[in-house]
Design a protein around this ligand. Structure first.
Ligand code: SAH
Length: 345
């Protein structure tokens, strides 16, 4: 059986120790670490500044579980959806979203998802497993390469809005962000990273305690418990009062505003009281609201609300000095938009 270890599960210290234990110098560990992370090598063969014998020794002991871009679809609007094959055969999806000034990578954090939001295609896949830090990191590297190739500039932003609930895979997400932001990794600023969650209060508090430096977005969709539970059943376990308390804690500790993602659906949350509840909820913690266009997923149960309902949301929020943006969807023709990631290809 294959007893080789995943080399990227090792810290830099452990890698340095490995070389010392094998009669080599500790700094060999630094060299290999650099190949593994900042140079994102797929093979030991690449590591040309270490001897052939060392490379063979690494080959004998370790594997690099690199992801593979298995399929790639390009939308008319420049959006690219990648089917990413993991070492054990599972597929996740990562999306490159270009605008004239920047490109954003939308990455997955789990195979499938542990939540069961009724309006989201990914929820039908169930959670198969969490992604490892290196599997998240690799998605970012792959999209950075595509950004340079197709758009002539490097990746500028990252959103954890692909498949999965990032806060249900918190440790690995944090480790991946450490690598993405470290000068020994990609050296990106945490200010350009947004983690989007359906809202797991305990973990939001932990993030505040951990003094994370990235941005937080919460998929709210309703500020009324009954309504939210009907479309996001896990709200039963994490009701809005608990979410609110965790967000107040977050703001107290980080002083960083929260983004609420919000879709308005016909007959679900397009009433006056829905708007009033959102305005009230926005009063608790400094925030802004992104109204997201709904991307239908086959069954037709959910439909985007009328423009008058959406305009009513906008005017009410603005009347209360709450910043509101309307987010148009990208890559719809290739099912790459929010909530459409379900391995259709
Ligand atoms: N689990 C995380 C991240 C993945 S979802 C979260 O819930 O935030 C990323 C965003 O897409 C969320 O705001 C989610 O509510 C939204 N979304 C899900 N399905 C959608 C759909 N069909 N159309 C538009 N947005 C959708």
């Amino acid at each position: 059986m294959n007893k080789k270890k995943d080399i990227r599960a090792l810290t830099k210290e452990a890698l340095r120790d490995f070389f010392v234990e094998n009669g080599d110098k500790a700094f060999r560990g630094n060299q290999v670490y650099e190949w593994l992370w900042s140079k994102a090598s797929h093979t030991f063969e690449d590591m040309t500044n270490v001897s052939k014998a060392t490379r063979a020794m690494l080959e004998e002991n370790f594997v690099i579980n690199h992801i593979k871009v298995d399929s790639m679809q390009r939308s008319k609007d420049g959006t690219i959806k990648n089917g990413i094959k993991l070492h054990d055969g599972f597929i996740v999806e990562s999306v490159l979203i270009p605008t004239p000034k920047r490109t954003t990578a939308c990455v997955s954090s789990q195979v499938g998802c542990s939540l069961d939001c009724k309006f989201c295609a990914t929820s039908r896949l169930k959670r198969m497993r969490n992604l490892n830090p290196d599997e998240i990191y690799d998605q970012v590297v792959a999209i950075d390469n595509q950004s340079r190739l197709y758009h002539n500039h490097k990746l500028s932003n990252i959103v954890f809005m692909g498949m999965g609930e990032p806060l249900m895979n918190y440790n690995n997400v944090i480790k991946s962000i450490e690598k993405i932001t470290s000068p020994e990794g990609l050296g990106m600023s945490p200010k350009r990273i947004t983690v989007s969650t359906s809202g797991v209060p305990k973990i939001i508090k932990k993030m505040a305690d951990d003094e994370v430096k990235f941005n937080l977005a919460v998929s709210l969709h309703s500020a009324i418990d009954e309504v939210r539970t009907s479309i996001m059943p896990f709200n039963t376990n994490f009701p809005l009062d608990d979410l609110r308390a965790s967000l107040e804690y977050w703001y107290e500790k980080t002083e960083r505003i929260i983004t609420y993602e919000y879709i308005v659906w016909k007959g679900i949350n397009d009433r006056k009281e829905d708007i009033q509840a959102l305005v009230k909820f926005c009063g608790y913690v400094p925030c802004k609201v992104n109204l997201i266009e709904y991307n239908p997923i086959d069954d037709g149960e959910f439909q985007q609300a009328s423009s008058s309902a959406i305009n009513s949301y906008i005017s009410n929020l603005e009347m209360h000095d709450i910043t509101v943006n309307v987010r148009r969807s990208r890559g719809k023709d290739i099912d790459a938009a929010c909530g459409q990631l379900a391995n259709k290809s």
